[in-house]
Structure formats: C-alpha cells, structure tokens
Ligand binder design. Structure first.
Ligand SMILES: [Zn+2]
Ligand SMILES: [Zn+2]
Length: 331
C-alpha cells in the first residue's frame, strides 16, 4: 500500500509498505480522511518526540476492510479513530486521568497513523459512525473531541461572554460549541481576515484583528477565554482579558521552552482559573455524535483536500493564508 513515511527528522517519503493484517483484537481500515495538524509539522522538524520510521497522521477515520476474530465491527462499517491508546493500569488511568496515562501511545505519533491507504488499529480505538456521515468529516472528529474536553473543563452554563484567541480548526470548533452551549457573546481574535470572515458565518458575534486593534482594550472582563493559538502572547492576552473568578482555558500547545508573563499575585487576587486541556479523554463518542448530527458547520473548515502524493509538500510548508484544515483523502 501507499504510505507517507517519516524515516527521520525532515525525511519524508511517499513509498510502498506492506498492507497490514489484523491480529485477533485489531482491525484495518481504508483511510478516507486524515487531517494535517500542527503536531505533524512539529514532529517532522523534530520539535515533538516521535518514534521513527513512522506514518504520521492522528486525525482520521475510514471504512473497515479487515477484522480480527475478537472484533465486532463489520467490513464496510464507517469508523472514527481515537488515536490515543491508554494502558488502563497506571495510577492516572485508574484514577480517571487517562489523558495523562504514563504509558500513552498514539497512532501517528508513536505507532503508524493515518497518512496511508490502510491503517491498523486496536479495536479499542474505533468508534462506529453512522453511514450517512460525510466521510471527509471523519478528519475533524479527533480535533472536535479535544475541543469537547476543553468545553467540559470550561464549564459554560449559558449566557457567558467568551473570547477565543486563535482562528485555526480548534478555535473554529470552539466557537461553534460555545454557540451550542448558549454563550451570549463569542469574540474571535485572529490576524487572518479570511478566518475572521468564516468565524462570523459560523457563530462568532464579533471578531478582532490583534494586529490592528488592542485586544486588551477591546476585550475586558470576559467570563471565559479560550487560548487556541499555542502562542505565548495569546496566553498573556487571555489572562489579561479574563474577569476575576473567570476561566482561562488553554488548548493551544505553545513551544515547550517559552514562558508566559504571568503574575502569580494576579492569579490569587483575581481568583483566576487557568486550566490546561490535553487531548480527548472520554469525549470521542460525543464528537462522533455531534459530527453525525450535522449541528456543526464542518465544510467551511475544510480548506483543501489533497492526496498522499501531495502530502510531503503540504507538511513542509506553512498553511496558506486563511486556510484552516487540510485533509488527506485515501485516493
Ligand atoms: Zn492534532
Ligand atoms: Zn495508563
């Protein structure tokens, strides 16, 4: 089968590798959509640890083509994949903190993932998706599951004034989830005009260009602020614009060596809740339901669909202006 293989840092090749066959508790799917994520780019250039050689890609789904004898899925079933495989036996797993499993492995990070024609997965990672679902939308289920986790931690009750900093796929999904959750105001902060325009069609009540406007003057006393940019300045802004007793929910993955300008005094006096949200524990099934329900606008987030042959070029380059999500299709 065709696969895009990362042999070493910055060594990406389109090649043929053996089509996997499932063990008793595994299945194989034909990949139908796999999203390109910032994490894939970080792994490519050596900024995020990974085991190589490796097939990247952790945001995907497809059609079941082969099953092991202990697997209940049927050939032809549409499935979404949770890439994060927990051990279930470490102290964190046993206490319900599986995002922090000490033995976490992940499809597309430590074992082969979605940028291939076929993908082998343990049955625990597959979620049945209604047949009528647009297969391209399978590429957004995992990011959505991560956003639902963030929403759980943010604890919106309805009526909140919310800011979202960062107009990538996570920011765009959070906007829509906040709308569903009854936020009274949803303000997106992002530099790219095209992204601001899309945001205003999917639920943002207002958008701000941080290059032209002073975010800290425009936004004051927000109830909840989502940092979905993975940039230190966005975090600093988020802390500054959130009200006393409010919540700063951090979804973006900032570079590990950078430090924020946080005032500890401020955190105490203002009673800030600063919460990190990591991956998608227990939320993949809800993400499947929500995608299948059609309640979210997914199509505006899909900027391009590309082939496996085109992938190396798209991974090596930064996303184009205004683009949100690229999906690799199996074809
Ligand atoms: Zn991702
Ligand atoms: Zn564990």
């Amino acid at each position: 089968m065709k696969a895009v293989l990362l042999n070493a840092v910055n060594e990406l090749v389109v090649t043929e590798i053996p089509t996997p066959t499932p063990g008793p508790d595994e299945l194989v799917i034909k990949m139908l959509a796999c999203g390109i994520c910032g994490t894939d780019r970080h792994i490519l250039v050596g900024e995020h640890p990974a085991k190589m050689p490796l097939v990247l890609g952790h945001e995907f789904g497809g059609t079941v083509t082969a099953v092991g004898k202990n697997v209940d899925f049927k050939i032809g079933d549409l499935v979404s994949v949770d890439p994060n495989i927990i051990c279930g036996t470490c102290d964190h797993c046993k206490a319900g903190r599986s995002a922090h499993c000490r033995n976490l492995i992940a499809l597309g990070v430590t074992i082969n993932g979605g940028f291939a024609e076929y993908v082998l997965l343990p049955k625990s990672q597959a979620y049945l998706v209604p047949k009528a679902t647009n297969p391209l939308h399978l590429g957004l289920v995992e990011p959505l599951a991560c956003c639902i986790r963030g929403m759980d931690l943010a604890e919106l009750k309805g009526g909140e004034r919310v800011a979202v900093i960062g107009g990538g796929s996570m920011g765009m999904l959070i906007i829509q989830l906040c709308k569903l959750a009854g936020a009274s105001e949803i303000v997106l902060v992002t530099r790219q005009k095209e992204r601001r325009e899309i945001a205003e069609t999917i639920g943002a009540t207002r958008t701000i260009d941080p290059a032209a406007q002073d975010v800290r003057k425009e936004l004051v006393d927000m109830d909840v602020t989502f940092e979905a940019a993975g940039v230190i300045e966005a975090f600093n802004q988020a802390v500054a614009i959130t009200r006393s007793g409010g919540t700063v929910l951090v979804l973006g993955v900032a570079p590990s060596h950078e430090r924020a300008e946080l005032s500890v005094y401020d955190v105490v006096i203002r009673g800030l809740r600063i919460i990190g949200s990591y991956i998608n524990p227990y939320t993949q099934a809800r993400a499947v339901e929500l995608i299948a329900s059609g309640k979210l606008q997914i199509d505006p987030l899909i900027s391009k669909t590309i082939t496996l042959d085109q992938l190396p070029e798209f991974l090596r380059n930064k996303p184009g202006q205004g683009d949100i999500k690229y999906l690799v299709t199996g074809a």
